[in-house]
Design a protein around this ligand. Structure first.
Ligand code: 1CP
Length: 387
């Protein structure tokens, strides 16, 4: 294997100074309901935010973005802060999700890619060989300065009971865009690479893991209160393949980020069969899509953690859970929204009562759909706060 792809020397863990910097930038948001739920304390109300809450469902977003491209807005600190805050103000959300994209650290590093309207990230030269991987640049923290500045702008505007969630794409999901060259329905080129050329696959994972850690460290040191690692497309893998080809790298990311002491959330779509393995990777909060009831999800994870570490202390098997309203329910009118919110709240509370879960952060089971009526979103937030 060539030197560039083996990446042996990158020390993923931050220095004590870096951890101190992060702590000094972070606001004292200890009583924020989302942080309380994540660590297992009783929140003042059930915290809620929605994946893709910032973006296309809001007229104020379409207005502000009408003359500027997606990636240009991600590297403009004022715009980034404003778009991040739009849904927080409109819906009284308990968390802001940083307006950015999983391909931002690649773009910052100089990879030739764009986010094409109506499609998503498109990579000019797909990455499929060891040579391609060698040529993939590593991101330098100063290339991410606009993101750090944008985070500062958001933190100035949030109330002390609201938090800012930073994020990154997990190595598998990011690799899928690089290998396929763009959005993919079945991820077949990615899987074919994994099966026919595992050395190349692992080299790509070893290259992306430190890049993702660097992106998250810049965010942590700029003061984010929590982070989410999106492995959106991991649900396309069998549990066996996930364990062999993906989990070790996601696990390295959680291990590297743990010393910052902020809650870490892990989410993917269609991951019912992977929830235990995703929890073993090391997050504090497991995201659940709408296909699996919250109490079943917690029971599955608890069982998987017990089997993984039979002598572990009981509380090492406890995670908090995030989810899981079907985004399509926001189209079904107030009565259906209210009854589904009540059902999900009851399922999540049952998991806590059974000792399988330490808290619940309400969310959708995946992102807000672009044509959702913003008023139904606001009403759903109100309903969830009362649940
Ligand atoms: O023109 C536009 O408005 C672009 C649409 C858009 C937006 C608003 C894209 C392109 N990305 C984003 C922002 C974004 N992306 C955020 C912040 C906003 C928020 O959540 O409120 C986040 C967290 C992401 C993360 C992201 N990007 C993921 C993981 C989350 C998920 O939805 O599963 C993924 C898979 C991407 C890739 C991506 N970027 C954009 C699109 C349309 C896609 C998906 C493409 C595909 O279907 O493969």
């Amino acid at each position: 294997m060539t030197e560039g792809t083996s990446n042996p020397a990158e020390n993923l863990a931050p220095s004590a100074d870096a951890v101190d910097t992060a702590a000094s930038r972070r606001r004292a948001a200890h009583d924020a309901p989302l942080l309380a739920a994540a660590r297992g304390d009783k929140p003042a109300h059930r915290p809620v935010w929605m994946m893709r809450q910032a973006g296309r469902s809001l007229p104020e977003y379409r207005e502000i973005r009408k003359d500027i491209g997606m990636l240009d807005s991600c590297f403009n600190p004022e715009l980034l802060a404003e778009i991040t805050m739009q849904p927080v103000r409109r819906h009284n959300a308990d968390a802001a999700i940083l307006f950015s994209d999983i391909v931002v650290p690649l773009k910052a590093a100089g990879v030739d890619l764009d986010i094409v309207p109506g499609r998503g990230p498109v990579v000019e030269h797909p990455i499929r060989t060891l040579e391609d991987i060698d040529n993939l640049p590593m991101v330098e923290p100063d290339q991410l300065t606009p993101i750090a500045e944008g985070i500062g702008g958001v933190l100035e505007q949030l109330r002390s009971d609201q938090v800012l969630i930073g994020f990154a794409g997990a190595p598998f999901t990011l690799a899928s865009y690089l290998v396929e060259g763009g959005p993919s329905k079945n991820h077949e080129v990615t899987k074919a690479l994994m099966y026919t050329n595992p050395e190349t696959w692992h080299a790509l994972m070893r290259k992306l893991t430190p890049l993702i850690v660097r992106f998250l460290r810049v965010q942590a040191e700029a003061g984010i209160d929590a982070l989410q690692l999106f492995d959106s497309w991991a649900g396309y893998l069998s549990a066996r393949d996930y364990r062999e080809f993906v989990r070790p790298y996601s696990q390295q990311i959680f291990t590297a980020m743990r010393s910052y002491g902020i809650p870490m959330i892990h989410f993917g779509v269609g991951t019912g069969e992977l929830l235990g393995d995703m929890a073993i990777a090391g997050p504090d909060v497991v995201g659940v899509d709408w296909r699996v009831p919250m109490d079943s999800a917690a029971a599955r994870v608890y069982g998987a953690l017990e089997a993984d570490a039979p002598d572990g202390q009981p509380d090492t098997r406890m995670r908090a859970y995030q989810g899981n309203l079907d985004p399509a329910v926001l189209f079904a009118g107030p009565d259906v929204i209210a009854s589904q919110v009540k059902r999900i709240a009851a399922e999540a509370d049952r998991a806590i009562a059974r000792g399988h879960s330490r808290g619940h952060i309400f969310n959708l089971g995946h992102g807000v759909l672009p044509s959702t009526d913003p008023d139904s979103i606001t009403r759903a937030f109100e309903e969830i706060h009362l649940s």
